[in-house]
Every structure is written in structure tokens, then in C-alpha cells.
Design a protein around this ligand. Structure first.
Ligand SMILES: [Zn+2]
Length: 217
């Protein structure tokens, strides 16, 4: 998810997600934009297309680039293992795991998601993202990256909010170096894998229902 509505400040735009009301599935960065904008978002598989990672990290040495791509491959393995646990073999839009996702605004992230569910209105998404601070803050003064992992579930409230709700979130990690950022992303994907394997999806769905306090709309 990475970029929350609140972080847009004066440029706040509606959160749009698919879920119960919409068959269309909307993932990470796109969760923060409206439908019209999300159509213009672009994502490329890091494994397949090997996009330049400088887009998100700035200047990199050859050695650092190689190491980060290796860490990203390990991250893909965690994500695809989670997908496999749910009987799928896809993570992210392109199916391979991590993707570079960017918007016409210039906001960019490395992210992926694993989707599962009981049916079209009982979906659960496991989401990881790595976002440079300049994507969520206008003029940060030092390079840093924020790594997030979330679980979102289709609204199960009696009053249908026609959205997915954030039902679980690992503490956001902030790192000052590209390799450290990639390692944090890999580790959080591994934590999501464990959570997903050890917890029935019904648990996440009930957290998006009436027995829980409404955490967000
Ligand atoms: Zn709801």
C-alpha cells in the first residue's frame, strides 16, 4: 500500500480499492489512488523485465545492484510460496512477485501482493512495499526508504463500505541504505508468509467485520 491517503496532505485523493463491490482487484500503490489514476499506473516485473533499480534507489554500484536483485529474488520466493499455500502461483500484477510500480505523479515503489479469499466478496490481500520517502513527502532532506507489510480484507460490515480494510500491519521499517531496505523487504515478506501460513483467512476476514471496531472506512 505504501502511500496512505493521509500522506497526500493537501493533495488527498480518495482511496480506491476493489474488493466486495468491485470484481477488479487493486493492489499496493494503487490502493491510494482513484480508479482513473490507477488506470494510468504502470508496473513492471522486476524478475522478468529487470527494470533499472536506480528509479527507486538513486545511484547504485554494480555490486549493490547485483546484491539487491538477489535479495529481491529471495523475496519473490517468499511471496510465491505464500501464493502456493493458497493454491495459486501468482504474486503481484505480473505474477512473478516484486514489481516496480509508478504513477504519472512520479510516485514510485517496489511492491507486490498475494491475493486469496473464499469468494469474490471475501478476499484477503497480503501486501509488501518499499517506498522512497520522496514518494510520500514532498521534500525529504535525506535519502531513506520505508518498508511496509499489510494484510487487507474485504469489508464484512453489515453496512458495506465497498472497500477492503487494513486488518493487520507489521511495524513500518525505515532504512537509510538501499541494501538494508531490500533486506527489510525480504524479511517482512517472510513474516507475511508465516502469518499467512499459520492463520486461517477467516481470521483476517472477521477483523474486517462488525465484531471489530471500525478501524477505517
Ligand atoms: Zn467495512
Amino acid at each position: 500500500m505504501a502511500i496512505l491517503k493521509a500522506e497526500f496532505g493537501s493533495n488527498a485523493i480518495p482511496v480506491y480499492r476493489g474488493g466486495a463491490a468491485n470484481a477488479q482487484h487493486v493492489g499496493p500503490l494503487l490502493s491510494s489512488v482513484n480508479l482513473q489514476s490507477s488506470i494510468m499506473a504502470t508496473q513492471s516485473s522486476i524478475a522478468n523485465l529487470q527494470p533499472r533499480l536506480q528509479a527507486i534507489f538513486g545511484l547504485l554500484s554494480v555490486a549493490d545492484d547485483t546484491q539487491i536483485r538477489s535479495i529481491f529474488r529471495q523475496t519473490d520466493e517468499h511471496l510465491l510460496e505464500l501464493a502456493q499455500h493458497f493454491g495459486s502461483h501468482r504474486a503481484g500484477w505480473e505474477g512473478t512477485g516484486l514489481e516496480l510500480v509508478w504513477l504519472p505523479s512520479g510516485q514510485i515503489e517496489v511492491s507486490s501482493f498475494v491475493g486469496t479469499g473464499l469468494d469474490g466478496s471475501h478476499r484477503v490481500d497480503f501486501i509488501v512495499s518499499l517506498t522512497p520517502t520522496w514518494a510520500s513527502s514532498d521534500f525529504p532532506t535525506e535519502a531513506a526508504w520505508e518498508i511496509e507489510a499489510q494484510i487487507q480484507a474485504d469489508c464484512q460490515h453489515t453496512t458495506n463500505h465497498r472497500s477492503m480494510h487494513l486488518v493487520h500491519e507489521l511495524p513500518t521499517r525505515r532504512r537509510s541504505y538501499p541494501i538494508d531496505s531490500a533486506l527489510a523487504l525480504r524479511d517482512m515478506a517472510a513474516e507475511l508468509l508465516i502469518l499467512g501460513r499459520d492463520t486461517p483467512i477467516e481470521y483476517w476476514l472477521q477483523l474486517a467485520g462488525d465484531e471489530q471496531n471500525e478501524r477505517e472506512r
